[in-house]
Design a protein around this ligand. Structure first.
Ligand code: GAR
Length: 209
């Protein structure tokens, strides 16, 4: 299984979705580290309770590149192969992104390329959009700009506010992220490796001998 490190800044519900999906027998990745730029992030408590190693360090007072070097060191020490950003609310340095090029993915609460950055739902409502959604994309040097891997669209209901929309889109995020990450970690596998994986899954299914 691919070794994934998750970076969070807060609640960590997407991290939890990735983690619980990884406990299904057909999941091709394991969450081996959860790291945060905020030692108070609620998601760290959950990760610890679930037996996942964590690392937390406040970024305050550190240069971006120095802080990212610290995170990089932790990821390497844990033999991480892919990095999943899950509500990580801090820009990554170009140096970090270069080192992990093609191996960082992010979840964003909009139908990219629309509404990069913050306040996505409020902006969609202001624009009168009838649908919003979430996207998983590969992280590149530009904010929320890398190739989109998968999206889920969510209808706007009469009376929706930014808060009600955020809550409903979050349900979609929890469905989207584990699937998109699973596909991504398998993308470079040879046909033989993919076949072996399918066989492994079949053998893990209930009733298989
Ligand atoms: C999620 O809605 C995620 O899409 C968003 O922050 C929330 C984190 O929630 N991410 C961004 O806005 C990134 N620019 P979580 O901590 O419960 O996963």
């Amino acid at each position: 299984r691919a070794r994934v490190g998750v970076l969070i800044s807060g609640r960590g519900s997407n991290m939890a979705a990735l983690l619980y999906a990884s406990r299904l027998p057909d999941c091709p990745y394991d969450i081996v580290l959860v790291a945060s730029n905020d030692p108070e992030a609620a998601g760290l408590t959950l990760a610890t309770a679930e037996g996942v190693p964590t690392f937390a360090h406040a970024h305050k007072g550190m240069k971006r590149v120095e802080f990212d070097a610290l995170i990089d060191e932790q990821l390497r020490a844990a033999d991480v192969e892919f990095v999943a950003l899950a509500g990580y609310m801090r820009l990554l340095s170009p140096e970090f992104i270069d080192k992990w090029a093609g191996r960082i993915v992010n979840i964003h609460p909009s139908l990219l390329p629309r509404y990069k950055g913050l306040d996505t739902h409020a902006r969609a409502l202001d624009a009168g959009d009838r649908a919003v959604g979430c996207s998983v994309h590969v992280v590149t040097a530009e904010l929320d700009d890398g190739p989109v891997l998968r999206q889920i669209e969510v209808a706007v209901l009469p009376g929706d506010t930014a808060e009600t929309l955020a809550a409903r889109v979050l349900i979609a995020e929890h469905q989207l992220y584990p699937r998109a990450l699973a596909d991504y970690v398998m993308r470079d596998s040879t046909p033989e490796a993919k076949l072996a994986r399918v066989r492994e899954i079949a053998l893990a299914l209930p009733g298989a001998e």
